[in-house]
Design a protein around this ligand. Sequence first.
Ligand code: PRX
Length: 639
Amino acid sequence: MLPLGSCGVGVSDRSDLQDFSVCSSDSFWAAVARQRLSWIRPFHTVQDCDLSQGRIRWFEGGKLNVSVNCLDRHVHTCPERVAVIWERDEPKSEVKLSYRQLLEMTCRLGNLLRRRGVKKGDCVTIYMPPCPLAVASMLACARIGAAHNVVFAGFSADALAERIRDAQSSTVITVNQGVRGGKVIELKKTVDAAIQSCPTVQQVFVAMRTENPVVMTAKDVAMEEEMAKEDTVCEPAGMDSEDTLFLLYTSGSTGKPKGLVHTQAGYLLYAALTHRYVFSYHDGDVFSCVADIGWITGHSYSVYGPLANGGTTVLFESTPIYPDPGRYWEMVQRLKINQFYGAPTAIRLLLKYGDKWVHKYDRSTLKTLGSVGEPINTEAWEWYHRVVGQGRCPVVDTWWQTETGGICIAPRPADPDAEIVPGMAMRPFFGIKPVLMDTEGKVVTSNDTSGALCIAQPWPGMARTIHNDPQRFTETYCQPYPGYFFTGDGAYRSKEGYYQITGRLDDVINVSGHRIGTAEIEDVLNQCSAVAESAVIGFSHSIKGQGIYAFVVLKKSIDVQEADVTRQINDMASKKIAKYACPDYIQFAQRLPKTRSGKIMRRVLRKVVDSELEGLGDLSTLDDPEVVQEIIQGHHDLL
Ligand code: PRX
């Protein structure tokens, strides 16, 4: 089934449709938006975008409510269909909620938020693990017209506080404790610590994930108790297409995370369409995206995409190796999962445990396997395809970003000529026109070539701006290649025209699929009392994809043991950011390689760590070339 169905556009096959979606983008998106979304008032303008100005507006004049699109319309047709399966940390204790139940939960919460003063235009911070109440919190915000700001529940109090302050939230929603991999995580305590430095916060809703009571303060609201008093009907707010649906913070190449803004109609449409066509999702399928809801993958493919399509979505609260490395596949068997979407880092980890954990369970329900967040190496791809998918399930390596809202480059297995090359993201999605740029900023037209990956025309799912910093949005994404959206990634286009993502071109690294700026980590290291300066780079890591390698110069005036500084650095990185921000290696150095103007030559550091000493390149601009030998020696000593 083509996404235009009977909309009257004369296309006969997928490649026609791909061309049509790009060349007649307005007609394509208008038809799909009318067909796929329920509107309170139709839009009058398909798009008003100018990438060179950073202006992105879709479906203007239209009004809709995202929660109605994700819930009410399915409740009308199939109220008892399972909307959400909550795969709790404790194995074999899943909880299922029908569309009717999820709507009731959302309405109660929407009414509660309204009664407690949350208004259209406010931004509510959600600090929760994946669970139905987290989904209901997101949808309740959408119902009453508030934006949400979900913060990954692995972030520290400081990182949470920074995001609450930037979003200016007066309401935070959390749980008493989280449970992951059998361990209890004190989420409410983290919120308590965070809001010490957040003067805007007036109330904290606390849901009970475990039975252990937590200290409740005057600001705290017992969420389930208060929800029980509310009505199960909640009037949905009529939202303009371009009103904010959510903020989601992500890392860039400076220390400060950026709150990307996604809006209502375009985002929802794009999440829904990509979910259906990249994964070949059919009504009645059970779809499982094991990402945390704190990341864009969880937003688009655990929540908005599947629910907009009336699908059944699995929320995964646990880890791939709890209670053992068979967890994913035991879950696939028990819940009869049809599409499984996960991260290469987990696949690489499970591969090391061997095939027996996979073979133990029946995976015959699986139809499509997805990969996201980082490049998938051929070995992991092959294992995923051959062992997990028994060679019969297509593996879709999906490239996209927090900024793009949904998948932009991926194989479409339903295409009749759907060749899939291992480790390649392959083809652009409908409406996406990728281009590669050379070092002079010109579009590369030939194949079998690499360049900076840009997207040549706007699409509905893209982020609109950076909250509180529209200038940064334009500078980062729109100005490097005027008229194009710059992704920050490099890519290779094969002879056949297929795309393969080669990695970031900026100072952002990807640790186990978690995106983090090297400057963010350096900021933390430099706050340690004994550290004079530091430089952080990513290096290739067999499980995590990339690891963190820190070069640290200590202050001469302070007498400290390196082991103590290492401990302090790890404590600080966990406290200020999250555990995954702790360096894998710390190399203490007397000094760093710098240019005469004082700029650290990261290229040299990268080459040393990658053992590419032949390719150190031109060192003539170094202030003192001898420092390179010191760095090489220090690296040898460390390993
Ligand atoms: O470098 C790319 C990498 O992850 C970055 C986006 O990270 P984030 O905004 O956290 O979103 C992750 C989930 C969509 C990209 O700039 N990336 C994402 N998917 C792939 C990838 N790199 C290679 N292959 C992919 N399939």
